[in-house]
Ligand binder design. Structure first.
Ligand SMILES: [Zn+2]
Length: 347
């Protein structure tokens, strides 16, 4: 079901090779260094230039946008970063945009505003509606399984987000511009249920799994705009944890994988079906042990202990992190359950 404005999305095969005959010439390709050799042959033609994404820094991207070679359309080819930079250039230079996500990592190809960085903080500056988003089953399937599967966590986090929004409402702490809206929650829940029902297909990255998760992303990407720039029904303590983990470790993570750990730890803090969420993430095949992300359990525990102060520092909206104390007992129980489910980490 399409609600509000969602981007024209086409599923199929052999879609990249059609773009030279579709995108207005000459076209600029915005992609990642490691992806370009794979697609170079299919996009040969009237290429204005190839921009390889190396930063999300707003100031640098403004300078890069001004220095782009003359072009009459833009092809964004890659994951979240390539999608976001392609959106920003399309907005900056006014060229029509075609998006080709190469993995299901996030809903960035389906959202209006690019998520960039400015002075160490996340900013969403720009607005672009692509002519079409091309989801090629074979292209998606060729991405590493973890990149694809972890994208489901950006939908499974509705579980913790809904609890947080309701909690804020019940405690009289909801933001005045975002009053609790049960119809928005039930709309989001439908997408959650669809993804949950297709967990095994998403894990397998088969056609059903790709279509289901990308259709959910299509809804989620547009929902921020469609809800009046409100993401309360989609993000909660789960994303707060990710940002805090980045902050305490000064590392970057595969978005959905770290959000997945945030879903589990957040649901422990909420006392909101934590064991069920752990089982769901395990079945999805996303390893949320900190070591699988290159950090330690102690890093994750530190992020949890600092969460309450971090979310106020970062100006994040009200969640369970603002009211429930992270105790040693809670962390110990969470650690035991996590390693009981996924097994002890062996190097
Ligand atoms: Zn996210």
């Amino acid at each position: 079901m399409v609600t509000g404005l969602e981007f024209t999305t086409v599923f199929g095969r052999g879609l990249v090779g059609e773009l030279p005959d579709v995108a207005r010439r000459p076209y600029l390709v915005v992609t990642m260094d490691d992806l370009w050799p794979t697609f170079e042959g299919q996009l040969a033609g009237d290429v204005a230039g190839v921009y390889r994404v190396g930063t999300l820094d707003l100031g640098q991207l403004e300078a890069d946008a001004a220095a782009l070679p003359p072009h009459r359309s833009i092809i964004g080819l890659g994951g979240g970063q390539a999608s976001d930079v392609a959106k920003f250039f399309s907005w900056s230079r006014g060229a029509p945009l075609f998006q080709v996500p190469t993995a299901m990592t996030t809903n960035a190809p389906f959202s209006h505003r690019p998520l960039l960085r400015d002075g160490g903080k996340a900013v969403a500056i720009g607005f672009a509606i692509p002519e079409a988003v091309y989801v090629d089953f074979d292209v998606i399937r060729s991405a590493p399984p973890l990149l694809n599967r972890s994208g489901a966590c950006d939908v499974l986090c509705y579980h913790t987000a809904h609890h947080d929004w309701k909690l804020a409402h019940d405690l009289g702490r909801e933001e005045s511009r975002w009053p609790y809206d049960p119809s928005m929650v039930s709309d989001a829940r439908q997408r959650y249920d669809a993804v949950y029902a297709a967990l095994d297909d998403i894990r397998a990255v088969n056609d059903v799994g790709i279509r289901t998760l990308m259709t959910a992303h299509r809804w989620g990407g547009a929902a921020f705009h469609n809800a009046g720039w409100n993401a309360r029904h989609m993000d909660g303590v789960d994303h707060g944890f990710l940002y805090c983990l980045e902050y305490v470790t000064e590392r970057h993570f595969i978005h959905g994988q770290a959000v997945g750990l945030g879903i589990y730890l957040g649901s422990e803090l909420q006392e909101n079906e934590p064991e069920e969420m752990l089982a769901t993430l395990h079945r999805l095949g996303v390893d949320i042990r900190p070591e699988a992300m290159g950090v330690t359990w102690e890093d994750a525990a530190t992020a949890m202990r600092q969460l309450a102060s971090y979310v106020r520092y970062a100006g994040y909206w009200f969640t369970v992190a603002d009211v429930r104390t992270v105790t040693d007992d809670l962390l110990e129980r969470a650690r035991e359950r996590l390693y009981d489910t996924f097994g002890p980490w062996e190097t």
